[in-house]
Design a protein around this ligand. Structure first.
Ligand code: ADP
Length: 192
């Protein structure tokens, strides 16, 4: 099963994606995590992406499509995979279609997690406070200003993927304002 997870920053995508991927025994492919790992490892790719990510902008479509194209060649992706944070633009969705078509595979479902913008900013501020309280480092793009920028980028560039996939009859919208467990349950219903 190939699942795409769409949702604005801070909507709880990462948490839910992890649960659903584990439950279905498929890997969770998060482009954000992969890019952060590249930065942490000091690779050329990481160096190229750091400033862009810190500013809340998007890394180039070809770079992320290349990363995902390579990753889904791995044997663990054979039974399926869950995409978290990719595609993020219509161009990326088209590149993904091409990659999958070459392998005779296709997307099964697109989950859209819906949360309103002000609730997201509130969640961000509590996430920052909790991370600091645990003595952990806050993500370098997690401050209110950059976050609002990321929200704007989502609304401008990623939200158009909802009608793009709706046309293909693939979208299931999930109310992301409920509790974590309620959201997981709603996703399970949508996926099964
Ligand atoms: P969030 O879940 O908070 O939206 P992510 O961890 O998915 O954040 O991504 C963090 C940053 O990594 C993005 O703001 C962007 O700069 C970069 N990034 C991640 N995925 C993509 C992608 N598919 N295309 C372009 N940039 C990406």
């Amino acid at each position: 099963m190939i699942i795409i997870f769409l949702g604005p920053p801070g909507a709880g995508k990462g948490t839910q994606a992890k649960r659903i991927a584990e439950k279905h025994g498929i890997p969770q492919l998060s482009t954000g995590d992969m890019l952060r790992a590249a930065i942490a490892n000091g690779t050329e790719l990481g160096k190229k992406c750091k400033a862009i990510m810190d500013a809340g902008d998007l890394v180039s479509d070809d770079i992320v499509a290349g990363i995902i194209g390579d990753r889904i060649e791995e044997p663990d992706c054979k039974p399926g995979f869950l995409l978290d944070g990719f595609p993020r633009t219509v161009k990326q969705a088209e590149l993904l279609d091409q990659i999958l078509k070459n392998k005779d595979r296709k997307v099964d479902v697109v989950l859209e997690l819906v949360v309103d913008d002000e609730a997201l900013v509130e969640r961000l501020n509590s996430r920052i406070a909790e991370t600091k309280a645990r003595g952990e480092e806050v993500r370098s793009d997690d401050n209110e200003e950059t976050f609002r920028k990321r929200l704007g980028v989502y609304n401008d560039q990623t939200a158009p993927l909802v009608p793009f996939y709706k046309e293909q009859g693939l979208v299931k919208s999930i109310d992301g304002m409920k509790s974590i467990d309620e959201v997981t349950a709603a996703i399970e219903v949508a996926v099964s």
